[in-house]
Design a protein around this ligand. Structure first.
Ligand code: AR6
Length: 212
């Protein structure tokens, strides 16, 4: 099933999916989203480990110390090696919603953009706006550094307990809005770490493509 979905989105990036991809998608019980807009064809959804992606920058869902942790943060630091922690020590931490860039060291990605998602506290503590800022500021760091491709994990939806559907809607709305104004960004990948997350992203992608 995962291969089918990857094939759909890979094909979608190139334009209209092949007949083989559309058949695979139907067999998997998923929808083909139709012709992609100029924004949608630059968005890719995949299932996998973000530390293995060869993109200009991967985003780390960090904490405000920016000195490593569990979840995707731990995986990124393990894969990048101790040089990443050494550079992070010079960066000085970050507040929720901010994003700071370092090199990628032993990662296939050239850079890491460290952003601090909000901890979910029921929704009345500015969590939505802070999560939106994570996406906006990460993409701003990408553009400032003349980089073109980026991959995001599902920021805040793990240890920080932000509800997945709500977070996914914010991720799509923000990325689509930025892409409409930033033609220099060539590809934004949403890297899901479970089939459950992948299906949520697939559903919201189809809704937001229809709405847009
Ligand atoms: N590739 C892609 N996604 C991953 C990977 C991976 N290798 N590993 C985990 N995820 P979390 P948060 C997914 O908890 O909620 C850390 O300790 C994971 O399944 O990593 O923003 C930091 O230091 C989930 O969908 O980040 C902070 O203290 C998503 O990444 C705190 O956790 C985010 O889950 C940040 O919490």
């Amino acid at each position: 099933m995962t291969d089918c979905i990857n094939e759909l989105w890979f094909s979608a990036n190139l334009g209209v999916p092949s007949r083989k991809a559309r058949r695979a998608v139907r067999r998997a019980g998923l929808r083909y989203h139709g012709a992609m807009s100029n924004v949608d064809h630059r968005i890719k959804i995949m299932l996998g480990d973000i530390t293995r992606l060869e993109v200009d920058a991967i985003v780390n869902a960090a904490n405000s110390a920016l000195l490593g942790g569990g979840g995707v943060d731990g995986a990124i630091h393990r894969a990048a090696g101790p040089e990443l922690l050494a550079e992070c020590r010079t960066v000085g931490g970050a507040n929720a919603g901010e994003a700071k860039i370092t090199r990628g060291y032993r990662l296939p990605a050239r850079h890491v953009i460290h952003t601090v998602g909000p901890i979910w506290r029921g929704g009345s503590k500015n969590e939505d706006a802070l999560l939106e800022q994570c996406y906006r500021n990460s993409l701003a760091r990408l553009v400032e550094n003349n980089l073109e491709t980026i991959a995001f994990p599902a920021i805040s939806t793990g240890v920080y307990r932000f509800p997945l559907e709500r977070a996914t809607r914010i991720a799509f709305a923000t990325v689509r809005d930025v892409l409409e104004h930033q033609s220099s960004i060539k590809q934004v990948t949403f890297c899901c770490f479970s089939e459950h997350d992948l299906h949520m992203y697939e559903r919201i992608a189809s809704e937001s493509a229809t709405a847009g």
